[in-house]
Design a protein around this ligand. Structure first.
Ligand SMILES: [Zn+2]
Length: 355
């Protein structure tokens, strides 16, 4: 039984002690969690049989919402360390419960559906209002059992591919923002995130690495910027506007909005152009537009980044991932509105600002 430790491939000093991937990781749970004191495991109905450790246990319903109230209840459990067994919701809840309790946590990933395992933020529902990102605890360790991840539903894996495939779109947005207002280009993080990108479609290991590196990039940058550009703004806008649409996973939404962003970027980057300034219409746009220094945008600077843009939709369609607003039950006129208005929601410069 041999596991690989992904931290060995990451050229940065991390607060995460180990990130193990391999066959039989879950079987070794009790041993891996030794040294963390009294444990409290949190899972849901779908993941309750994957990992066994001594200590307390909370089994959440399979349709558990990531509500802050649930995280507050979990935080009161009597233990020295939390053990999360799950993906999106369980990870977010435990990450935040650990933060509230001031205790460490480790996570056993059960699906490669999103890039949040390594991140320092949890996306949760407050008592009232809409989902929000909260500062939370970085796990002491991330454990990825290759058999559990291989057996997870294909739809979840496709969502993880969606949350990763936006890398080139985000990188182009970051470069544009760098040129206009001097924000970082995050080049070293994109190099890491790109390493296994081509293999992630048919290799669980490559997808595990790509998602981990994306989480690590956010952690190191102290910001979601290297993993979240115009495509995430579009998805958040649509989530609010189309709250009654059928449930879709975050990564599925990002697949669709990434395809839209590739088209926007390719269209905008047909010729060199100059930006003298942009007219602010609200507080968010004023925050970013007031910093703009007139500059010329050369297509050549973006060419290497957007070279694979025309293949993104093809690759997503080939694995059966959604690519069009319709595929998610989103209404197309609202999506067109999102393309024009999502830029008003955040002080981050992306190609949406040039529409
Ligand atoms: Zn995302």
């Amino acid at each position: 039984m041999s596991f690989i430790d992904l931290t060995k491939e990451i050229p940065f000093q991390l607060p995460i002690k180990e990130i193990l991937f391999g066959e039989g990781v879950a079987e070794k749970a009790a041993k891996l969690c030794e040294g963390y004191g009294r444990l409290h495991l949190v899972c849901d109905e779908n993941t309750k049989d994957f990992v066994h450790v001594n200590g307390g246990k909370t089994i959440l319903p399979s349709d558990q919402k990531p509500s802050i109230i649930t995280a507050q209840k979990l935080a009161k459990e009597d233990c020295d360390c939390f053990v999360a067994v799950g993906s999106g919701t369980v990870n977010d809840l435990v990450k935040y419960a650990a933060h509230l309790a001031g205790k460490p946590y480790v996570v056993f990933a059960t699906a490669l559906s999103m890039n949040g395992y390594a991140s320092a933020n949890a996306s949760l529902l407050p008592e009232q209002g809409l989902k929000h990102s909260y500062a939370a605890t970085v796990p002491k360790a991330i454990y990825m059992d290759s058999e559990i991840l291989t057996d997870a539903p294909k739809r979840l894996r496709n969502a993880g591919i969606g949350d990763s495939i936006c890398r080139a779109v985000v990188q182009a947005d970051c470069l544009l923002s760098h040129k206009l207002i001097g924000t970082p280009t995050y080049g070293e993080y994109f190099t890491l995130m790109q390493r296994y990108e081509n293999e992630m479609f048919d290799s669980i290991e490559a997808l595990a690495k790509t998602l981990t590196f994306s989480g690590v990039a956010m952690l190191m940058a102290g910001s979601s910027a290297p993993a979240s550009g115009g495509e995430h703004m579009l998805a958040h806008y649509m989530e609010l506007e189309q709250a009654d649409a059928p449930h879709s996973y975050h990564g599925e939404q990002i697949a669709v909005t990434t395809v839209a962003m590739t088209n926007i970027q390719m269209l905008r980057l047909q010729n060199d152009f100059e930006v003298f300034g942009l007219e602010a219409v609200n507080e968010e746009t004023a925050l970013k537009y007031n910093k703009i220094k007139p500059c010329k945008i050369y297509v050549e600077d973006f060419q290497a980044i957007i070279a694979g843009h025309d293949q993104i939709e093809v690759k997503l369609a080939a694995i059966g991932a959604p690519t069009m607003p319709d595929d998610l039950g989103w209404n197309t006129p609202t999506f067109v509105k999102a393309i024009h208005e999502a830029k008003l929601t955040r002080d981050r410069i992306t190609f949406l600002d040039l529409i």
